[in-house]
Design a protein around this ligand. Structure first.
Ligand code: 26W
Length: 814
């Protein structure tokens, strides 16, 4: 199913015979099967175990080296790691793809067939989790000693299926066939306390916390291998276990449920990933998850530090703790507790130590996405931490007042007093960190002027920018092997080790032969995707049409609604003037909506309803098709991105912190239609403004327009909008249920918060500009080549080097 991997990448071969024997041994002795009885999953597991042995050699060597040199280490704390599949990527990074293919073939097994049955490790919601995964792979590649810490959820992000046009959710079961990548470490088990009371306390002094409840955190390690097996880093995920899994007395008395109650309560902590991106769940279980993994990780890293270096005081020299958003922000209070209470360091020194060790990355400024926790809940669940947070706050506010007597303390305080006393986790993360970063230039500057403005005044150098990155191994060499091969031919095979030379591809932008090859590669990728779409949805798409893709979480600010409204306007225009020379398009959507986000679910419904009408209209069928690919995940992204001609990055300006899908598409040669938001601006800078289609309001204009209530006038200014809204709200696409979209349209007319209507007309016109570009293939492929050539900078290797230099203060080889 996948095309061949880059031949020029490290792939020594010659290993086939050895590998074959190793796979057979694993099948026989680790799985207990014979070739005659083995199924696909057995072969996959045997092959992974054979590969894993080799990875473990590299991994142990990396660990030994870093111990020996006593180098500083990064601890990347993230509630999410969206890894996807690992087998193909690890094989390729290890240079064993060819040997594995050969070994399996001799055993009568097809490598590509078993690769695709590996479940996606979907321990994340979206961008933030995928970023963490790209960063681990880059740290392994560059040689940054690192350990990622998170939760080993039994169930990752829910599976989505579509029934009657609507999103349905089913639990995700990635562990059904076990997880051959992980190694359980029962010897690395920590006790995590909750509740209880604080005894012997003095202000800013030591105290003893006596929790009323505790659970065990058990470590599971997964090696993440770097490119050309340069090194490996560890992803350590925590699983919750009960201290007393069985109450034998209750069991013997016939109370079978009660006998397991403690176990169920404890294990719930690592049972399921919260499916909310951008709205906090606000439930006690979520706070327990956050504390559980933060506390386990800190105990683990402090223990390791003391073992190696003897004293907690040298922690900042040897450890950088990176907080991936505020989900692990309790690390600030927990590290204070460890240092002050357990290691008897005085408060001020402890605070300097904590601050010098921790840094924080912010991934969103959406007000509703900023985490806050009720003081009452914190007091009950984490009484000592609440005391520490109050003490940090008191010291800070005192300082702020001394420096600026006019300072607005209510905006600076760690406690939000307006909404029933809540702890502001972003403030806590900010104060506890020496450096705070945003994820694109625009986002970092908005941090300084919006949410963090009062804190920024006091700490004017604390906020920095590190624009996100993506790993070219997975997103280019792996997902688009044929393009990688062409790039190696045209830019030199050093591209596999230095993505920077991809800029040489620009020299080929006018070369008709190269253009034709790029076009042929795209067509093959489109055919591969078309097969998948046919299997998943039954729709046969026209591969000669422009593939126009918007794949990401479904959220109002990302404006899938604007896209589908424009699609309807296009459909109407085609029907009104069928004789015009319309450029054929396939509109591809994929994405999950949080299960309680009703508006987003309505949008999915509308896309599917529109698809049902449009795809069955003989008048437009060869020129317009609409597809919603169910169950979007990393593997679906790997299929869609290399097949896309057009990438939709159309968020309301100021609302998408960076985006990383935008980088993946552009690197693979799709043109972007996008707003002046997140990293789109930086993509424009790098690919050149003629090679990207930008439209819409700026972040400042959005801000200024927010108060206005003239949506009817806005609708009136577009010749299409009012007809489309009318048709949708009257049930033109839901004849069996004509009122289905009445509320959606009414809400939009009432309050256009996301500027869906206000940006519509410029979006529509931008789409017609795209059509004009598509009509000229030579110019289109030239632009495509310039997109690929311009996007090497978005490599996560570059991003990690910036973190290492500017934030972690670690030397890194170039
Ligand atoms: C507490 C609920 C919650 C959960 C997750 C709030 C917010 C989040 C994340 C911050 C959402 C997220 O994934 N943000 C995305 O991060 C990417 C990596 O930096 C960016 O590229 C995206 O623009 C940003 O939306």
């Amino acid at each position: 199913m996948t095309a061949s991997r880059p031949r020029s990448a490290a792939d020594p071969g010659g290993d086939t015979a050895v590998l074959k024997q190793e796979i057979l041994r694993k099948l026989t002795y680790s799985i207990g099967k014979t070739p005659a009885t083995a199924g696909d999953h057995d072969w996959l597991t045997a092959a992974i175990l054979a590969l894993r042995d080799r990875i473990i050699d590299t991994w142990q060597q990396t660990t030994i080296d870093s111990y020996r040199t006593g180098r500083k280490r990064v601890y990347y704390l993230s509630l999410e790691f969206l890894i996807g599949r690992s087998f193909a990527n690890a094989l390729s990074n290890f240079g064993l793809t060819g040997a594995m293919r050969g070994a399996l073939a001799e055993l009568g097994v097809d490598l590509e067939a078993i690769e695709t049955i590996e479940p996606d490790a979907a321990l994340g919601n979206g961008g933030l989790g995928r970023l963490a995964a790209c960063y681990l792979e880059s740290m392994a590649t560059i040689g940054v000693p690192c350990r990622g810490y998170g939760i080993r959820y039994d169930h990752g992000l829910f599976k989505q299926f579509i029934a009657g046009g609507q999103q349905m959710e089913a639990p995700e079961e990635w562990l059904t066939f076990r997880n051959p990548w992980e190694l359980e470490r029962p010897e690395n088990t920590y006790q995590i306390g909750f509740g209880g009371a604080v005894v012997d306390t003095t202000p800013f002094g030591r105290a003893t916390w006596a929790p009323s409840e505790s659970v065990f955190a058990v470590a599971y390690d997964t090696p993440i291998i770097g490119w050309r097996s340069a090194g490996a880093v560890t992803l350590r995920l925590w699983r919750a276990r009960a201290e007393n899994p069985l109450q034998l007395k209750a069991f013997n008395e016939g109370d079978h449920l009660g006998a397991h109650a403690e176990r169920n309560r404890a294990e719930a902590i690592s049972s399921v990933l919260y499916p909310n991106d951008s709205t906090p769940a606000g439930q006690e279980l979520r706070l327990r998850q956050e504390y559980f993994f933060t506390a386990a990780s800190l105990q683990d890293l402090v223990r390791r530090h003391i073992q190696q270096f003897g004293n907690v005081r040298s922690l900042p020299e040897k450890a950088s703790i990176q907080l991936n958003d505020t989900h692990p922000a309790l690390a600030v209070a927990e590290l204070m507790r460890i240092v002050v209470d357990d290691h008897a360091v005085d408060w001020s020194e402890a605070w300097s130590l904590v601050n010098a060790t921790i840094s924080y990355t912010n991934h969103t400024l959406l007000p509703e996405a900023l985490e806050t926790w009720p003081v009452s809940l914190m007091e009950r669940l984490l009484p000592r931490h609440m005391q520490i947070i109050f003490a940090i706050n008191a010291r800070f506010l005192e300082r702020a007042l001394a420096e600026t007597p006019t300072a607005d303390l209510s905006r600076l305080s760690l406690i939000d007093e307006h909404h029933g006393r809540r702890v502001r986790m972003a403030h806590l993360a900010f104060l506890g960190s020496h450096t705070v970063n945003g994820v694109s230039e625009l986002h970092s500057s908005l941090m300084r002027t919006t949410v963090f403005e009062p804190l920024h005044r006091i700490f004017p150098t604390r906020i920095r920018n590190v624009t996100n990155g993506i790993t070219p191994r997975r997103w280019l060499f792996g997902a688009n092997a044929a393009l990688a091969e062409l790039l190696a031919e045209t830019c030199g095979s050093e591209i596999f080790d230095d993505i920077g030379v991809i800029d040489r591809f620009a020299r080929c932008c006018g070369d008709a032969a190269v253009q034709q090859r790029v076009a042929a590669i795209r067509l093959a990728n489109k055919e591969r995707l078309a097969d998948y779409i046919r299997r998943e949805t039954g729709i046969a798409v026209n591969v000669r049409a422009m593939f126009d893709a918007q794949i990401k979480r479904v959220h109002e600010y990302k404006r899938q609604l604007m896209n589908i409204i424009e699609t309807i306007a296009l459909y109407d225009a085609m029907r009104a003037e069928p004789y015009l020379d319309w450029q054929p398009r396939v509109k591809i959507f994929a994405g999950k909506a949080a299960s309680n986000y009703l508006t987003a679910k309505r949008v999915i419904n509308l896309i599917n309803d529109v698809a049902a009408v449009v795809n069955n209209d003989a008048m437009t069928r060869d020129r317009l098709q609409v597809v919603f690919i169910p169950n979007y995940n990393v593997s679906v992204a790997e299929l869609v991105i290399p097949a896309a001609d057009l990438s939709e990055q159309i968020s309301t300006a100021g609302m998408e912190a960076s985006g990383t899908g935008n980088m993946k598409f552009a690197l693979n040669g799709a043109l972007t239609i996008g707003t002046l938001d997140g990293a789109n601006l930086e993509i424009r800078e790098r690919v050149g403004e003629d090679n990207i289609v930008i439209f819409g309001m700026t972040a400042d204009e959005v801000e200024a327009a927010r108060g206005r209530s003239d949506t009817e006038a806005v609708i009136g200014r577009s010749p299409y909008l009012s007809d489309v809204l009318e048709a949708v709200s009257q049930g033109a696409f839901s004849p069996g249920d004509p009122g289905r979209y009445a509320d959606l349209v009414r809400d939009l007319r009432h309050n256009d918060w996301f500027m869906t209507l206000r940006d519509f007309e410029t979006y529509r016109q931008a789409q017609r500009r795209v059509d004009a570009l598509w009509a000229d293939p030579g110019a289109w492929w030239r632009r495509s080549i310039l997109n690929t050539a311009g996007c090497g900078w978005f490599s996560s290797d570059r991003a990690i080097r910036q973190y290492a230099a500017d934030i972690w203060h670690m030397p890194v080889e170039t």
